[in-house]
Ligand binder design. Sequence first.
Ligand code: ZN
Length: 452
Amino acid sequence: MLAFLFLLLLSCYVKYINIKIDNLQEKTHTYCKAYADAQNVGEPITVTQCDAPFSYGLQYPQTGQEKIDERIVQIVNDIRSAFNDKYLHSDGCLSADTTLLLSYETYTFSDSHISLIFYETHIINNVFSPTKVYAYHFDIRQNEEQLADDLMYKNFRECASRYAQKYFQETVPYKNALLKNYNESLLPEKGLFDCFALTFEGVLFFINPNIILPDSYGVIRLLVPYEEIQPSISNYDDEPKNSQKIDPKKPMVALTFDDGPNPVYTNLILDVLEEYDVSASFFDLGFLVESYPYVSRREAALGCEVGSHSYDHKNLSELSDDQIEQDVMDTSRVFCKVLGQEPSLFRPPYGNRDQRIANLIPMPLILWSVDTLDWKSRNANTVMELVKDAGNLDGKVILMHSIHESSAEATKMLVPYLLEENYQLVTVSQMIELRHGDTPQNNRIYGYDYFQ
Ligand code: ZN
């Protein structure tokens, strides 16, 4: 009889647990579904667990990159511990149903960067708390976490703050519901602009409830186009910023950056050039100059040389004469519109050139003499090692790319290193004129042997 009662009780208990789990699974599923459309990186892992007095419905991604995956699990565990601590130490009114729900979104920008956004909600006595949001950044090629400050060019918070102030003051339905000190919360140093995802369209900021708007508005998403948070060039509109005087007798080296402009990484590189008051040469693609004209304008405003790298990076060896001429015309049109002048230098995509191509390009064709292979290693330290191993750099033209985070990181180390080694940083035209006493000639190829 006792055994029977025990079995009956046991089956009831098991049934109760099952109902609770089903319920939790359902809640978790419903909660996570809202974010599923933006879960594009990695595999979603879903964990539902009852561990009285707490229940957990957690979803997070695993990317297959060990270090990143460990870090993501650690973030989830930290959120879980903070949740436990919060309610274990609250004054005894713990309900049987104290649940943590966690889901995520991923955003990509370039082939190496992902932003991971976590959404956290608590259910206490069947009441849902306002959702909280967190942002993390990873370089999936380098297999490492990135911090917002390393990821974005300087002053982006100031620019975003100005944009957000104006946006919320003018936009229905927000403008009539703003909390009292909302404009103070929107100051650049208040941390609100640390929570963002990089997207192709712009920087997507996430604002937690009850900071500038009441809880009922939930998490606010504010997409700010890159153009709106571009570093200002108005301070040096009239005269190029770079004031460095080049001494033809002293060692000089030319940094060159291909394949841009990129609204984030090129700006990071320009921050470095601006900080050290030095110049470089950019070989930009016509279609990207068209997409991000304000970045190419900043290159020019900083006294850098902006050359052409063709309209869209086709292999010129495979194009007919007419097609090459068309490409030159398309690129010139964009450069004239954006920079007010035709490009004065040309770097052929993949370095592919011959005399037929050179004869069709009404510009000097510029190659390089030190290849950092930055596009291949995607590692700033490897780039540095390669440059250090290249020996005497006087007269050399160094090839890099302005579309990778790691290349921007390498530039941060490389520029001070070159200056310490007493090199002057010059543009390619300055190298040709000051080092060789030549005037750059159209249709001529300036190759490896020239830049020695
Ligand atoms: Zn290229």
